[in-house]
Design a binder for this molecule. Structure first.
Ligand code: SAM
Length: 235
């Protein structure tokens, strides 16, 4: 936790900040913080600054807070990812938030296991929790927007062309394609497939909607590794 994130619901009436949950545990057990210490703090979707520990015991930590800087700027990058298994989803949520991705769209495709759509990881509160962990790591405060698109055809036919308007769209797909670009000189959407890959019909639909197939190299990467590789190249 490189940034202690809070919301107004954590604030006392006098404006001081009181934390009682895993953040308290982290301050005590990992930072081994003491009264008088300074910690980096940030308001969710707001500014970042400094907190000074005024009280600290096993029940709560109380801090005075001075917010003086904007959060880091997001990348002009959106990720559209076929819904992966829950374990990978958790990591992708954290990584997307950590690396400054502005938006994440999770969509269905033929090789997405139907049961993945039932995972508790997709609950709003759970998504928020994993995103917050990524933000804490990267000292960012702004939650990436996350949305789910449970039907491939309406998503790709009715929504995608508009969503890609004015943006460069890259379809990460193993094979003999152009290498994935190494810049974010223009707003970009990167589309990644499910663990079993896209079927040819889906590739055709995505290309018709304006996406350009690109390669991340000769090795077939797991989805979460492909996400990291793509971010490592472009960010
Ligand atoms: N057998 C599947 C195929 O050939 O499409 C493998 C799918 S891969 C495990 C999962 C996703 O990661 C792919 O749909 C693609 O979006 C991305 N990916 C993995 N390796 C890649 C590579 N070398 N180039 C481009 N995309 C890649």
């Amino acid at each position: 936790m490189n940034l202690l994130l809070f919301t107004t619901s954590d604030c006392l009436e006098d404006g001081r900040l009181a934390v009682t949950d895993r953040r308290l545990q982290h301050l005590r057990e990992v930072h081994r913080a003491a009264v008088g210490d300074q910690v980096r703090v940030g308001e969710v979707n707001g500014a970042v600054g400094t907190g000074i520990l005024l009280e600290l015991d096993s029940r709560r930590a109380v801090l005075s807070v001075d917010l003086d800087s904007p959060p880091p700027v997001k990348l002009p990058l959106e990720l559209f990812v076929a819904l992966p298994r829950p374990k990978m989803l958790r990591r992708i949520l954290r990584t997307a938030a950590e690396c400054g991705v502005a938006r994440l769209r999770l969509f269905n495709s033929y090789r997405v296991e139907k049961s993945y759509w039932q995972t508790p990881v997709l609950a709003e509160q759970s998504i928020r929790e994993y995103l917050l962990q990524g933000l804490e790591q990267a000292r960012d405060t702004v939650l990436p927007e996350v949305s789910c698109h449970r039907l491939f055809k309406p998503f790709v036919e009715d929504e995608l062309p508009q969503l890609l308007q004015g943006k460069r769209a890259l379809l990460a797909h193993p094979g003999e394609h152009q290498p994935c670009p190494r810049d974010l000189a223009q707003p970009t959407v990167a589309i990644l497939g499910p663990e079993g890959g896209f079927i040819p019909y889906e590739v055709e639909k995505l290309v018709n909607a304006g996406a350009q197939p690109v390669s991340l190299g000769p090795r077939i990467l797991r989805v979460e590794t492909a996400v990291t590789s793509l971010l490592g190249r472009m960010a």
